[in-house]
Design a protein around this ligand. Sequence first.
Ligand SMILES: [Zn+2]
Length: 177
Amino acid sequence: MHTALQVAIRRYCRLSVPNELVQLVSLTVASLLTKQSIKHRGITLIALPPYRVDSLIQVVTALELLERTDDRRYRRVQRFVKRIVLCDSRLQAFYSLIGRICGLTKTPPPSKYADQLVVYRYAALLVHEATHGLVLAKAHCCTSGLSERAEKICTAEHKRYARKLPPKGDLERRGLE
Ligand SMILES: [Zn+2]
């Protein structure tokens, strides 16, 4: 195939990552089957097995923390995230503009992370993934170059938010800085 055409197709085909699409479809089907979900201010929160609906309390607390501490970034989450899926994934978190889904990998048990830090982590990841939504909505496409740039923008943005949250040292050690 002609290189320019390949580039053009890649440019207009954000879903050139089949794994992402497969993951998205399976998550949505699973959420319908399990009914492990709650609603918080217009956002549907879904717990995928093995997690149960009570695991979502920390995500709700993270949303409330974000609302209290950063109105602008909270509004971005409300605008670009309609569903939050708590699950096991090899990624810390991921985002799909289709369905406005933010996936969050359940943080390891409290023996490793203090409860408050789990909430901070979720809040920072929500900022990160909602920023992906904003960038994707503005770009309308995502070449590999653009997606690298998007990752830098989103990482800078969640770090700016994480700096508002004490204790800074703990966040640094856990890779949020
Ligand atoms: Zn990212």
